[in-house]
Write a protein that binds this ligand. Sequence first.
Ligand SMILES: *Cc1c(COP(=O)(O)O)cnc(C)c1O
Length: 214
Amino acid sequence: MAVSKTKPNEQIIEAYTAGQRRFGENYVQEGEEKVKSLSQDYPDIEWHFIGPLQSNKTKIIAGLFDWMHTVEREKIASRLNDQRPEHMSPLNVCIQVNISQEASKSGVTTAEIAALAEKIHLLPNLNLRGLMAIPSASVDNVTAIAELAELQKQYQRLSAKYPSVDTLSVGMSNDLELAVAHGSTMVRIGSAIFGARDYPKNGAISNQAQRLDK
Ligand SMILES: *Cc1c(COP(=O)(O)O)cnc(C)c1O
């Protein structure tokens, strides 16, 4: 997946022209603008939402995106299900797992995966596809490897139970090789494709973006 957050439409089109079809966005407003402005001319782009989502914004994601990677609460799942338009196929969802167990990070604990998966599995307008995680920004590889191994174990357990589960969404520009070695089926690559992100000093995107990038 090419993570195009903060990057202009021209760069998305350039990547599209080179053959890329799967794009990820982090911010609701920015993602909404991009999908609306590009989906007519580029109907085969597959749009993935990979950022934090507040419950009052679920309708935008349900109405525009193909995938949602960061489900971590039943409330968000049921709102996405209720708001998914009838003419669209079920929204593909991953459960975000807080594999590094950092308080500042989003996601369920490994102990909570099974119960949330069961809830999602019962919602007809959602298609449970797998797990998503952001391992520790490797202070040392040992920590990241232990987290990735645990994530892979959880993923194998889930995919054994649900035939629809085929996606382990993990790995970014800096840890993609390690993630692939631990079973990632979908890496999310931003800066290694589009270059370093240059956040504006002001504006709605910048605060949230900077917070997330710490
Ligand atoms: C920004 C972001 C990425 C891409 O990060 P890079 O380090 O630029 O590859 C992947 N996943 C999530 C959830 C992100 O927020």
